[in-house]
Design a protein. Structure first.
Length: 228
């Protein structure tokens, strides 16, 4: 039984897609509101009173990224979202995947493994932040990574039929096929180098990665995953 309701028109979306959009926005709000509080100078969940001032620029940048995630989530179901050029919607989703998936895997799975193996609680907090802040932030990232990916897959399936049928109904590779092959080869080489470097840091450390926790090692291992 197909549980996904197919759109009845070009601008209609399934109940599932609409629900994913709402859930994504809700998952983004706690992190966004926390960042806004820090930007305003409210030290919620922060032990150091000077934290909000010294990191205001970083908080502005990350809150802006969260706003982009909300816009993308809405664009995946809104009628105007179908008019966005493919690159303009696919690229930010790809970037978001590369940022969120490693954090989600490293924080959730890595945190569990670290606790089970006696490495301590990854969400116990530190001298600057309360423990609940880590849970709120990384838990939100984990939800966002799953929801954004699911929303984009359903969006792509409904907008581009070639995605759903694997190209079986579309003949010809297109005029840009040689360029696609070249860029694909360059990407594979670059991704392989990056993956090997990440794995090396995860196993042996090096550079800025020294005395790694289990959660951090899992994060480094998960880093190359979205590139595949």
């Amino acid at each position: 039984m197909n549980l996904i309701v197919r759109p009845s028109g070009p601008d209609d979306v399934s109940v599932l897609r609409g629900g994913i959009c709402i859930a994504t926005v809700v998952a983004c709000l706690p992190y966004l509101l926390l960042k806004v509080a820090w930007i305003m100078g409210w030290t919620i969940g922060v032990e150091d009173a000077g934290f909000a001032d010294t990191t205001r620029v970083a908080n502005l940048a990350t809150s802006g990224m969260e706003l982009v995630a909300i816009v993308i989530a809405i664009g995946l179901v809104a009628s105007w979202g179908r008019k966005i050029p493919a690159f303009a919607i696919a690229f930010p989703v790809w970037v978001a995947t590369g940022l969120l998936v490693p954090v989600a895997v490293g924080s959730v799975l890595g945190g569990v493994i670290q606790a089970v193996t006696g490495g301590g609680n990854a969400y116990s907090g530190n001298d600057e932040m309360a423990g609940w802040v880590f849970g709120l932030v990384y838990g939100g990232f984990a939800l966002q990574s799953v929801l954004l990916l699911a929303g984009f897959v359903l969006y792509a399936r409904d907008r581009w039929a070639v995605v759903a049928d694997g190209g079986r109904m579309h003949d010809g590779a297109g005029k840009t096929r040689p360029l696609q092959n070249l860029l694909g080869a360059v990407f594979v080489v670059a991704a392989t180098i990056f993956a090997l470097q990440q794995l090396s840091w995860a196993v042996w450390g090096g550079g800025m990665f020294s005395d790694l926790t289990t959660a951090q090692r899992v994060f480094l291992v998960a880093g190359p995953c979205p590139l595949s």
